[in-house]
Design a protein around this ligand. Structure first.
Ligand SMILES: [Cu+2]
Length: 194
């Protein structure tokens, strides 16, 4: 039995390295004035991407939140983020019979003190390199609106102004080699096997 252990360990380390780059992916959310409101942490799950929100400084009540198509958060209107992320060209709305957009998400409720601590799911979405990836073509963005999404109105649920935005994209440094990993001792022993 013992000889299986090293293989299992290699597999575990391998998958940890792959997922470390993209999931969980913590992004920062900003309001129209450019102030940080907190973070959204995206984690790949079997059925989609879980989005864990830890925010403050929002207006209490229900707000629409969507994934929009471009990783561009130019305030104050955040129009640069484009439309909803919609790779299947469906109609908008979680309650629409011909929907939803991949980027459609359930409304979030902001507490009386302006904070949100919530988890929502982007069903079918991934953080890979496929058709439903939130990192497709350089990334997408997460947008919170002033009002709530009615779940059916075209093109965007009658959700009002865009009040917060965060870029869903990989850190530029992720493609670079990691200079902080001088664990060379193990490597040297294997050199003559190359
Ligand atoms: Cu939106």
């Amino acid at each position: 039995m013992k000889r299986f252990i090293p293989l299992v360990m290699v597999l575990m380390i391998g998958s940890a390295c792959n997922s470390q780059v993209r999931s969980p992916l913590e992004i920062e959310m900003y309001n129209a004035a450019g102030d940080s409101l907190g973070t959204a942490t995206l984690s790949e799950q079997p059925d989609g991407v879980q989005i864990k929100l830890k925010l403050e400084g929002l207006t209490p009540g229900f707000h629409a939140i969507h994934v929009h198509e471009f990783p561009e958060c130019d305030g104050p209107d955040f129009k640069s983020a484009g439309n909803h992320y919609n790779p299947d060209s469906k109609k908008h709305g979680l309650m629409h019979p011909e929907g939803p957009h991949l980027g459609d998400l359930p409304n979030i409720e902001v507490e009386g003190d302006g904070t949100v601590d919530a988890e929502i799911m982007a069903n079918k979405a991934t953080l890979k390199d496929d058709k439903y990836s939130l990192l497709t073509g350089g990334g997408t963005s997460l947008i919170i609106h002033a009002g709530q999404d009615d779940g059916v109105s075209q093109p965007a649920g009658n959700a009002g102004e865009r009040i917060a935005c965060g870029k869903i994209q990989l850190e530029e440094k992720d493609q670079e080699q990691d200079p902080q990993n001088p664990a060379e001792t193990g490597e040297e022993q294997n050199k003559d096997e190359e």
